[in-house]
Design a protein around this ligand. Structure first.
Ligand code: G3P
Length: 231
């Protein structure tokens, strides 16, 4: 499963892109509205940092408006994927944009039926919001399972993108269900790093190594010799 970051913050993308785990990014109007600066600059910077698909969302509610905004957003950067909300108008806009070779992320998909329609409209990504389903006591695992099963195997080129990830458990569930992509806020990506046995293990290795100072010197020498040889 590819990992995208769900944010409008360039600082967060800078931080997490440095880990080498990001394949793309998703933004939305709510996320961008929290940021200072020109949205176009932010989107372009995120595209450069992740060097992969970066969703930017239209806000019009009619198909023609969505298409016009989508074309303009895509021209900001070659990595821009146009996010259209699920609706009859969104489907029509998705069809037109994708027919012109502009990738579309159909968002706010909450059922397998909606996913089937989005796939037929040519969506590259179909975003299902797990957290928002759980918020209203609908089991997001069952909905995502139904979407993945309805679209697979190989029945469509659309990729299922699990979004609205609230905790690391959502990430594992999305991967186990076969989602191609999951987009998570920086907070959740940071939480994925942690395990008490990992930190304890690192501390123990360091402490044991310190009991043999001559070994530390040997390793330093090895590094210095290599650095001298490649100079
Ligand atoms: O990018 C869309 C989605 O991930 C939003 O998440 O937390 O606002 O439900 P959330």
């Amino acid at each position: 499963m590819k990992l995208f970051i769900d944010t409008g913050s360039v600082a967060e993308v800078e931080e997490i892109a440095g880990w080498g785990i990001l394949s793309g990014a998703t933004t939305n109007p709510s996320l961008l509205a929290k940021e200072q600066g020109e949205p176009g600059d932010i989107i372009r910077r995120i595209c450069d940092l992740v060097d992969g698909p970066t969703s930017a969302e239209v806000v019009s509610t009619d198909a023609a408006g969505m298409v016009a905004e989508g074309r303009a957003l895509h021209e900001l950067h070659e990595h821009v994927v146009v996010k259209t909300p699920f609706s009859k108008e969104g489907l029509a806009a998705c069809k037109e944009l994708s027919s012109d070779g502009i990738p579309v992320n159909m968002t706010l998909v909450f059922s397998a039926n909606q996913a089937l329609l989005a796939a037929e409209a040519g969506a590259t990504y179909i975003s299902c919001f797990m957290g928002r389903l759980d918020d209203i006591s609908i089991d997001s695992t069952e909905v995502v399972r139904e979407i993945v099963e309805a679209l697979r195997p190989g029945r469509t080129a659309s990729q299922v993108l699990a979004a609205s990830m609230r905790h690391p458990g959502h990430m594992v569930t999305a991967a186990r269900l076969g989602c191609e992509v999951s987009t998570a806020p920086a907070k959740v990506l940071r939480q994925m790093l942690d395990h008490p046995l990992t930190s304890a293990g690192i501390e123990r290795f360091a402490a044991d190594w310190k009991t043999r100072p001559e070994f530390a010197e040997w390793l330093r020498g090895l590094v210095d010799a290599r650095a001298a040889s490649v100079r």
